[in-house]
Design a protein around this ligand. Structure first.
Ligand code: MLT
Length: 217
């Protein structure tokens, strides 16, 4: 099946009523990279972890770039749709709800592109060190989606006004966006894990199907 042609890992979760996490690695990573972070912040959720198909001198990515921070936008669009198609097919195969993306760097950028181009593919997103993936994003309705955007104050790759602009675009489309600038660089830190876990646990109330409160009280 072509839609399931992404190399990926799936791990089921103990609480099937919670949205799974869609794990999307940074440049040069693979489907194994974010599993430990995913498990640390979401011990009970299913994890669907995908390897990017684009190779940059052998390093897997989710879309082509022309230089660092300069994206091939037609490839961004094509790859965002390809990944959204995969997510739809994987949801059917594994019987899972629409996922919350957990993307780092290039994985955060493709998550942002999916939100803009195929909003129905994701329930929400945790974007770690994200940049705006499209110079002129299309009009999108992100009402009901929650997004956590964690930027690094000393990130040499993502200029602060770029991630701020991304947050504005997403909230201007109706998403509930929480943006925090951490005293770190491009690398992930313990604070990313702590804040992501906290934010995810705050989402749980809205994820429960109505009437299920008693079961978990
Ligand atoms: C990108 O290419 O998506 C960004 O520059 C981040 C990265 O280095 O992967």
């Amino acid at each position: 099946m072509t839609q399931l042609s992404f190399i990926h890992r799936f791990e089921s979760g103990a609480r099937r009523e919670l949205a799974p996490l869609l794990l999307l690695h940074g440049t040069g990573g693979d489907e194994n990279d974010l599993i430990p972070l995913g498990r640390a912040i979401a011990p009970d959720r299913a994890l669907l972890s995908v390897r990017g198909k684009v190779l940059e001198r052998g390093a897997p990515r989710f879309f082509r770039r022309l230089a660092e921070g300069v994206f091939d936008e037609s490839d961004v669009v094509r790859r965002a749709h390809e990944l959204a198609d995969f997510v739809e097919a994987a949801r059917k195969k594994y019987g899972i709800a629409e996922p919350i993306a957990l993307g780092y760097s290039n994985g955060a950028n493709i998550s942002a592109a999916m939100l803009m181009l195929r909003p129905q593919a994701l329930r929400g997103a945790i974007l770690l060190r994200a940049m705006a993936p499209l110079a002129k994003p299309p009009q999108t309705d992100l009402a009901g989606k929650s997004i956590l955007l964690l930027s690094g104050a000393h990130d040499p790759i993502v200029p602060p006004d770029n991630s701020e602009g991304l947050a504005d675009t997403l909230s201007g489309s109706g998403a509930r966006v929480e943006r925090r600038v951490l005293p770190v660089g491009h690398q992930l830190s313990q604070l990313d894990a702590t804040l992501s876990r906290q934010w995810l646990s705050e989402q749980i109330v809205s994820e429960r199907p109505s009437g299920s409160e008693a079961a978990h009280a």
